[in-house]
Design a binder for this molecule. Structure first.
Ligand code: SAM
Length: 390
């Protein structure tokens, strides 16, 4: 019997062998990720990048680690294809030598590269260390907070987003002319809520030399990182003739930025009223236990004609399995990091990482931000940008 054209397309269900193969591939990926964590946290990649071809003994000596473990790690990295075994000639001790390719050096050690992904491993290592608490939360409710997830999650978050904030955010904002012109205005006042280690705040300050920017985060160690990053930053001075727009720091005078950028340990629900032209929320609304309270405070903190800009994950508009790699990764974050964090406080909206546009629209409406725009992609990459107005 031939198929009718209106018949639904039959779904091909995978065989047991195919499912088993997926599980095996996942085990291989997990192995690689945890080996990357070791190489990142023990300084192996950095040492290989600095010193070139190296024996296990030398790498162990340089990183103050045990040579037997180091040899195993190097061999695993060579077997999986992240490091190369160099030259046929042995060292005087007869040890093999290992080196990073240029590509691997960039991915594992170049903190400014958009391909820098070594910190991704820290996120999953952070949640693995908290699995007993996560299991308990799945059984009884509650969660595991950002501060419990600790330095691995905090530093992973900061280091993963830093290259995009530094190198792509200014051009993306310049692609939204009405927002860009507000930020260029002399004396523009900007808040960056849930600012973490402050890389977004510093990128805004570099791009908009006429603006004053306040970064807020409830997590004191994050704010300490932000303050240290600010102390090391050289930012363009405010332009007395008026904001000239995104500025090339190589051609403009630079000065310590303490007067234009400030960080505070503070709950964004307590933002000062009638203060800011733009409130940014970079990749944090879905983590908040009470996003409506925070968005409401953001609305009240706006001056006339101000707006709230939310940057969050560019997940699919609706739940439509099977999902693409972005959906798969974001559900991974949600299971292990963002949902447990959001549910670690009560009351909680329990949003999770996969915050679809309709969810944010509902939060915004409840917060009195009734005009809701999804900004046209101006080079937003993996992000979706929203602009909310009272
Ligand atoms: C996923 S991190 C994002 C950090 C940074 N914006 C970025 O994109 O890298 C979420 C941040 O929101 C902060 N946060 C959570 N609840 C907050 C609140 N009520 N007020 C201010 N910050 C908050 C957390 O401490 C954390 O640093």
């Amino acid at each position: 019997m031939s198929a009718h054209p209106d018949d639904p397309v039959p779904v091909r269900r995978p065989t047991a062998e195919e499912v088993a193969d997926r599980v095996l591939q996942a085990a291989l990926g997990t192995t690689d990720l945890l080996a990357i964590y070791l190489g990142d946290r023990l300084g192996f990649y950095q040492s290989l990048a600095t010193h070139g071809p190296t024996s296990a003994g030398d790498l162990a000596e340089r990183t103050q680690t045990h040579p037997r473990y180091v040899r195993e790690w190097l061999e695993q990295q060579a077997i999986t294809g992240f490091v190369e075994v160099t030259g046929p000639e042995p060292t005087p001790q007869g040890e093999r030598r290992f080196a990073l390719s240029d590509a691997a050096r960039e991915v594992f050690t170049d903190t400014q590269s958009l391909s820098y992904l070594a910190p991704l491993a820290r996120t999953f290592a952070a949640s693995m260390q908290q699995l007993p608490g996560i299991l308990e939360a799945y059984r009884r409710g509650g969660g595991v907070s950002w501060s419990q997830l600790g330095p691995d999650a905090r530093e992973s978050q900061a280091d993963l987003n830093r290259p995009w904030f530094t190198h792509a955010l200014p051009a993306a904002l310049a692609g939204v002319p009405s927002l860009d012109s507000t930020l260029r205005r002399p004396g523009a006042r900007v808040a960056d809520i849930g600012c973490g280690a402050g890389w977004s705040t510093l990128a805004l300050a570099a791009a908009y030399p006429g603006a004053t920017i306040h970064g807020y985060d409830v997590d004191a160690p994050s704010v300490a990182l932000a303050q240290a990053n600010l102390a090391r930053a050289s930012l363009p001075t405010a332009d007395p003739a008026g904001a000239a727009g995104p500025t090339d720091p190589t051609t403009h005078p630079v000065a310590p930025a303490g007067d234009r950028v400030q960080f505070a340990v503070a709950d964004a629900a307590g933002l000062p009223a009638d203060t800011y032209d733009v409130v940014f929320a970079f990749e944090c609304i879905h983590d908040l236990s009470e996003p409506v309270t925070v968005l409401s405070a953001a609305r009240q903190s706006l001056r006339a004609c101000g707006s709230v800009i939310v940057m969050d994950e560019a997940v699919a508009p609706t739940f439509a399995p099977p999902g693409d790699d972005v959906e798969r990764l974001m559900y991974g974050y949600s299971l292990l990091v963002c949902l447990p964090d959001g549910m670690s406080r009560t009351p909680s909206e329990a949003t999770g990482t996969v915050m679809r546009p309709e969810t944010l629209r509902r939060y915004a409406q409840r917060a009195g931000l009734s005009r809701f725009e999804v900004l046209e992609d101006a080079g937003f990459g993996l992000w979706r940008f929203y602009r909310l107005f009272p």
